[in-house]
Design a protein around this ligand. Structure first.
Ligand code: GCV
Length: 712
């Protein structure tokens, strides 16, 4: 049968009676295929006893009803007392006298959002109890129970106690009011501003379900390159309607605040943060927002960066700007998340040093409801960066880590790149700020410096595409962000395992090989795009495809790699820009020394001769070529692997991934061939033996512009 007929056939029937389009994400609740397991699960959960009346409890009950119906083909009977074995009891000591009587000591450890799932005999009957101190905890526990069944784990005689390690776990949507999304590759914005607040798309509820299932509890719904209009009454009412949908799921709304809003929508002549009228304006604005959204989370601000307005326009500091907004929000318990992504568009000082230089000096100067939000690395979400030097350097300041879930620099929604290893690399990086073990995870959790608040943000990859994220595997990055925000200690492998089972199948002959590839996929992408610490050498207009030759005004690609006849890489050692001095001595000593630096960061910190002997025994040029070629061949191996998995999952998603892998392979080869030919003009050495030369000339690769790509 040819592929198109197969696709049509699959759309009609699919493997389970209908085509899988990815809309259900990891909340698919397909029947457990192992009959033995099904019988055991059915004996543990026969009926449900729910204590509590809130919308959150109703959401938990609904999810359990849908989930159990799908997984165990059983409609859960709702009861008001425990009269048989197999009762699933849900509630808090406040909503349930039965739970209160159990005096569950574990609840003292789980805080406001944690939960306990425990097998307990009550009145002589064996029950499964989901207990928490709050209804939100009960909701999180309900999702966890469902995930145990989805991933085929035992629910007999269990005792699971869990709570989040970070308080604010927030998605940052870069969505514009006209429906477009900056760096969004999965269609248009979910927020239908035109029809809000009257029409509440059911998708908003599914968005909230998906987020709650992984513990995300906040969402900034608009772009950091902000429009002041989102703070006008019309838009606040619309945002309030979204907040109402999200509230039962424990998700707070935040807004980005354009610093010049007092001028643009307030009719003032200035936005100077020390001007009394401006201060009053923001206070009134905060009061107004809270009148519509009583649990509003606060503001996210991009100030004095890439042309955005900010306090420096009035010769005021980041601290003066952030604190003024923080004062306006404080009476309502709101927070300011003030971004540390700042750099001069005009070339001057090493860009990697600028955020530290601007912010470090204000450590201790920020109000208690301010977070400073640096990206994971000092430049800009590159495939690999060293960790941001502000982590560890601002011990008196609450730092909110910002990851990018959308793949701006990692293949958009075309490349299969699982980001959990990147997240993990940052979270487990040791800053040595308070001696060995001062990891970024501990700093972000607020544990290292004992901060009152903690938070983490991820730039969302969600759009209007039917499967939410464009590439079916991009869902795993949304999922992984949520899981790691809840618990930064989780391993990328455990998360991938859960995600694959919940999203595709429990069949280990599918899960094992795909997981192996996912775990390595980010390294493969680094290799075929920017190996050995290279960065920012993509096409500077689109941020897609290779562009080490690109020139624009201000920063050119060449400034980031500095290739010349001698060698390649940026000298950031104490003999160069001295960016290494922004790190603590143990880290600095490692980064500063060419013999100690890991090869993955070599060219970030060192300008290295082409003939430099690497630990692999290859010279630098050979190593660069080796990495570019191995990145591409890894994608080719994955294509073979994927082809062998054809009948293990539904045909529609199988075919989607197959096609996308083919695109990824073509584009990986485009990256490799363009970059190798370009760097060869400096290295002036032939390709080492055994490598197939690029098919086209460097000029050809330089001319390729999206969407005319290499296959033309
Ligand atoms: C929202 C990079 C992106 C911009 C983005 C900016 C930021 O420069 O290319 O699109 O703007 O980061 O994080 O503010």
């Amino acid at each position: 049968m040819n592929r198109i007929i197969l696709m049509l056939f699959a759309m009609l029937i699919g493997t389970n009676g209908y085509a899988e389009n990815g809309y259900d994400l990891w909340l698919r609740y397909k029947p457990v295929y192992d009959t033995n397991k099904t019988n055991i699960y059915r004996s543990v959960i026969k009926q449900i006893y729910v204590a509590g009346e809130s919308k959150t409890i109703a959401a938990a009950t609904m999810e359990l009803q849908i989930g159990i119906k799908g997984l165990l083909s059983r409609s859960l009977k709702s009861v008001r007392h425990i009269n048989t074995d197999g009762t699933l009891l849900l509630g808090t000591p406040i909503t349930s006298a039965t739970i209160a009587k159990l005096r569950l000591a574990e609840l003292s450890r789980v805080g406001n959002e944690g939960y306990l799932i425990k097998s307990i005999r009550i009145n002589g009957k064996s029950c499964l109890v989901i207990a928490a101190n709050t209804d939100i905890g009960v909701l999180y526990g309900s999702y966890r129970l469902l995930s145990l069944i989805q991933t085929g784990q035992s629910i007999q005689n269990i005792s699971i106690v869990d709570h989040p390690k970070i308080q604010l776990r927030v998605l940052n949507h870069w969505d514009n009011l006209n429906g477009t999304i900056e760096r969004g590759y999965a269609g248009y914005s979910l927020w239908d501003w035109q029809r809000l607040p009257g029409y509440l798309d059911p998708r908003y509820t599914d968005y909230a379900r998906a987020n709650a299932s992984i513990g995300i509890n906040g969402t900034v719904i608009n772009n950091v390159n902000a429009s002041a209009r989102s703070l006008t009454k019309d838009y606040l009412i619309k945002a309030a309607a979204l907040a109402q949908v999200f509230r039962p799921y424990g998700i707070k709304i935040y807004l980005t605040a354009r610093f010049s809003a007092p001028i643009e929508i307030g009719g003032l002549k200035t936005a100077d943060p020390l001007d009394p009228e401006v201060i009053k304006w923001w206070k009134r604005k905060a009061d107004e927002i809270y009148s519509y959204i009583p649990d509003f989370g606060g503001f996210l601000v991009k100030a004095n960066s890439e042309g955005q307005p900010g306090p420096q326009d009035y010769k005021r500091s980041h601290a003066e700007g952030a604190n003024m907004m923080a004062d306006a929000l404080a009476p309502h318990n709101g927070v300011v998340m003030w971004r540390a992504f700042v750099y001069e568009n005009i070339k001057g000082e090493d860009r990697a040093k600028q955020a530290y230089q601007e912010f470090k000096k204000f450590d201790g100067a920020f109000k208690s409801n301010v977070f400073i939000q640096p990206k994971n690395g000092p430049i800009d979400f590159q495939p690999r960066e060293p960790f941001h030097p502000l982590f560890g350097a601002m011990s008196k300041t609450q730092l909110m880590l910002e990851f990018q879930i959308t793949q701006e620099y990692l293949g958009f929604a075309t490349h299969l790149v699982y980001l959990a290893p990147l997240f993990k690399e940052t979270l487990s990086a040791d800053t040595y700020s308070k001696g060995k073990g001062s990891t970024i995870a501990k700093i972000v959790e607020g544990k290292l410096e004992e901060h009152q608040r903690s938070g983490i943000a991820g730039v969302a990859n969600i759009g209007s595409d039917i499967n939410w994220t464009g590439h079916p595997f991009a869902q795993s990055n949304w999922y992984a962000f949520g899981r790691m925000a809840w618990n930064p200690d989780l391993s990328p492998a455990v998360i991938a395992d859960d995600w694959l089972k919940m999203t595709f199948t429990n069949d280990s002959s599918f899960v094992a090989p795909v997981k192996e590839y996912m775990l390595a996929s980010r390294e493969h992408a680094v290799n075929y795009m920017m190996p050995l610490g290279l960065n920012h050498i993509m096409n500077l207009g689109t941020h897609y495809g290779p562009g080490p030759w690109d020139k624009i005004t201000g920063w050119n690609a060449h400034d980031y790699h500095l290739a010349d006849d001698e060698g390649i890489g940026v000298d950031r050692t104490d003999k160069g820009s001295d960016a290494v001095s922004q790190y603590f001595p143990e880290v600095r000593a490692q980064y500063n020394d060419i013999n100690k630096i890991p090869p993955e960061l070599l060219l970030w910190f060192h300008h290295v001769p082409w003939k430099y002997k690497m630990a692999s025994d290859r010279n630098l040029w050979e190593e660069l070529v080796y990495r570019y070629y191995s990145g591409v061949s890894a994608v080719e191996k994955m294509q073979d692997k994927w082809d062998r998995l054809e009948h293990k999952i539904d045909p529609v998603r199988f075919e989607q991934v197959k096609q996308l892998l083919a695109e990824q392979q073509r584009e990986a080869a485009w990256w490799r061939d363009g970059s190798v030919l370009y760097f060869q003009t400096y290295a002036k050495m032939p390709l080492p033996a055994g490598y197939k030369a690029p098919l086209r000339t460097l000029e050809h690769y330089k001319q390729i512009k999206m969407p005319d790509r290499i296959n033309k």
